[in-house]
Design a binder for this molecule. Structure first.
Ligand SMILES: [Zn+2]
Length: 195
């Protein structure tokens, strides 16, 4: 199983939440990283990165662009907004609070600047964040054990750029031999020594 390719972008993205936290997918509770197993019928891979934040937290545009799609009934009482950035990926804000975009004057076809409010986090206390190739106008599902959908992009590098963190190795959440976990442990130990 391969990870999807990273997206490309030119303007440094803004962090997509109005919160102090910059953590990306701890894989605890209801918060999962890209490619993790998403229970369902049938099971599938998680297409996004979950960013923990209390319900109601304002979500922000990562870059200037245009809101090209809104799905009010996207997933179990939450909605989805798709932003086509002007110089990068199509960005999916998933599991947002229904109708929360209206407060900010956001609707399909509205152009927005970088770092402006778009909506609010929904009932699951995280933002489900996906990136796709520019021009994508919908979300995709990724059936378990298959290659990623062609338009899907790996949101991790994009989010790390937004968070101001340097790029670092991405653990494979599906690794069965523990090798990836060991690398992460070594990395964490090194970072612990430096900070
Ligand atoms: Zn998610």
């Amino acid at each position: 199983m391969n990870r999807p390719p990273a997206p490309s972008w030119s303007t440094t993205p803004a962090w997509p939440l109005a919160s102090a936290s910059r953590s990306i997918s701890d894989d605890i509770g209801n918060c999962r990283p890209l490619s993790a197993c998403e229970a369902g019928a049938p099971e599938r891979h998680h297409c996004g990165e979950d960013l923990a934040a209390p319900a109601g937290t304002v979500v922000l545009s990562t870059a200037a662009g245009t809101v090209v799609a809104i799905d009010p009934a996207w997933y179990r009482g939450t909605s989805m907004l798709l932003l086509q950035t002007a110089d990068g990926p199509a960005v999916v804000y998933g599991e947002i609070a229904p109708d929360s975009w209206r407060e900010f004057g956001v609707a399909e076809g509205v152009a927005v600047g970088r770092g402006v409010p778009l909506a609010r986090v929904g009932r699951f206390n995280h933002l489900h964040f996906e990136t796709y190739a520019a021009g994508t106008r919908r979300t995709y599902q990724w059936p378990w054990g298959t290659e990623p959908p062609a338009p899907l992009r790996d949101a991790v590098a994009y989010l790390r750029a937004a968070s101001g963190e340097p790029a670092r190795p991405v653990p494979d959440s599906n690794a069965k031999d523990g090798g990836g976990g060991l690398l992460v442990l070594v990395f964490a130990a090194l970072m612990g020594g430096w900070l």
